[in-house]
Design a protein around this ligand. Structure first.
Ligand code: NDP
Length: 441
């Protein structure tokens, strides 16, 4: 049995905050789904019509959702087969017992090999996206009514929420049998509500199948762009062709998801994998929140078409490009440095030594602000909302929510870095005083 009562300070307002978030997050998701299709599309205030039970639940949605999870799980497992052409593995961060988990970073069989031979690198995770696109393309050409998916968003969100809840219960029970070394730093307070929300076990696995790693990037992220695509198809069915605004939102978000899947290995050094347990927070976030709320701008555009002229569209593309440049530059610089500090791309950067033996970058992107990757991400979030015009606040929900999330996440990360690096972190904060936005915050 795992020991109870770790001394990690409680986050998210403790058990009360965790309980409130478990109600508030699903309620917000359903609220957004309902108001996006309503005439006034008001972010604040009740949706004009509350849904009937039939609108919230359908056996077809359950079947579709389970098929989707099964398909993505199959794509995840493919490279784990025994074929000689498979498999690239990456090592995770060091765990409490000094071991490191190994993760498949795809490279699925012949497909990966052909990408490798073309010099495209491992294309980690990307293959699941491409295989999904191929399957969906085949389906559509065979008459699959993809646009109909937009009529099923509510019941699909219900089954995704239910799945996340059941999954979290199973994860909680599984963690009762996990060794102490497998537990997350937080999420083991002894309070069942708090621990259920935060997650007790760090990287729960069923055999080779890593539950968190799978959920973080596959069904939710790929589901998000599939929902976007369905909204685009539906708009074409209703209005003859997709609007420029819809193309931009689809394009920007596909770039974001494609990038995350291409750099799948980078998730291994993120807080989600190295620090947070796998509980309701991540399970709901990955499986339900991401696909059904991150597609909000495309949902809004389907029901509230917005005119967008080419000059404005070009400016918005530029904003997205600037955001992406900062985001990718900062994330790649840190990942390269963490993998190999002597890599010529980062070897010339100034660093601070820490008592742990690890170093902190203090020039380059990480010398500009302490979280340049968050800055780039926020600029992109703005670019995703701008095609929706300025008549409604609703499509800016993502930007508002994401700002709050990243400010909170940055504060959590600071605490963790302070614990890890002590004086060296103070020195880093002195040398790089701004957190996310230069000269402002
Ligand atoms: P980060 O990638 O920002 O990693 C933070 C860690 O980086 C720190 O804990 C520390 O870990 C290391 N670090 C910090 N400063 C330095 C430095 N100066 N030099 C070297 N290493 C440093 O963590 P996140 O997981 O929060 O974010 C990853 C990406 O995911 C970001 O781009 C973020 O915007 C995005 N994201 C997107 C979300 C979404 O919903 N769209 C949600 C959350 C994040 P160590 O020293 O141990 O390596």
């Amino acid at each position: 049995m795992a020991p109870q009562g770790s001394r990690a300070p409680l986050e998210f307002g403790g058990p009360l905050g965790a309980a409130a978030l478990m109600l508030l997050l699903p309620a917000t998701m359903f609220h957004l789904l309902l108001v996006a299709r309503s005439g006034p599309a008001r972010l604040l205030g009740l949706p004009p019509h509350l849904p009937t039970p039939e609108a919230l639940w359908s056996p077809g949605a359950l079947l579709l959702w389970l098929t989707w999870l099964g398909l993505q799980a199959a794509f995840y497992l493919l490279p784990a087969g025994k074929t000689p052409l498979c498999l690239q593995m990456a090592e995770g961060q060091e765990l409490k017992d000094k071991s490191r988990l190994r993760y498949p970073i795809n490279g699925a069989w012949g497909w990966a090999l052909s990408l490798e031979l073309r010099g495209w690198g491992g294309a980690p995770g990307f293959q699941a996206l491409v295989l999904t696109a191929l399957l969906v393309g085949l389906g559509v050409s065979a008459g699959l009514p993809l646009g109909m998916l937009t009529e099923m968003l509510l019941p699909l969100a219900s089954v995704a929420t239910l799945t996340a809840f059941i999954f979290s219960v199973l994860l909680y029970l599984k963690a009762l049998m996990a060794p102490a070394s497998a537990l997350a730093p937080g999420g083991n307070s002894g309070n069942p509500i708090y621990d259920f929300f935060l997650g007790r076990e760090l990287n729960p696995r069923i055999g080779f199948f890593d539950c968190k790693y799978f959920c973080e990037l596959r069904p939710g992220l790929i589901g998000w762009v599939l929902i976007n695509l369905a909204l685009l198809v539906r708009e074409a069915e209703l209005r003859g062709s997709p609007s420029l605004a819809m193309w931009l939102v689809n394009g920007f978000q596909l770039l974001y998801v494609g990038d995350a899947l291409w750099h799948e290995e980078a998730v291994l050094t993120t807080m989600d994998i190295t620090h947070d347990g796998f509980g309701f927070m991540l399970a709901f976030g990955d499986l339900a929140w991401v696909p059904f709320t991150y597609s909000l701008q495309a949902q809004f555009l389907l029901y509230h078409p917005q005119p967008l002229e080419l000059p404005m569209a070009s400016v918005i593309c530029l904003v997205n490009a600037v955001g992406y440049y900062i985001f990718r530059g900062a994330n790649s610089q840190k990942n390269t440095f963490r993998k190999n500090p002597s890599d010529p791309r980062v070897a010339g950067l100034e660093t601070i030594s820490t008592a742990t033996g690890r170093q902190l970058l203090v020039s380059g992107w990480w010398g500009m602000v302490r979280h340049p990757n968050y800055l780039g991400d926020l600029i992109m979030a703005l670019a995703w909302s701008l095609p929706c015009g300025v008549s409604h606040l609703l499509p800016y929900f993502y930007l508002l929510y994401f700002t709050a999330l990243l400010v909170h996440r940055e504060a959590r990360d600071e605490q963790q870095c302070l614990q890890k690096y002590g004086l060296a972190w103070h020195e880093y904060c002195r040398r790089v005083p701004y957190r996310i936005v230069p000269y402002i915050y």
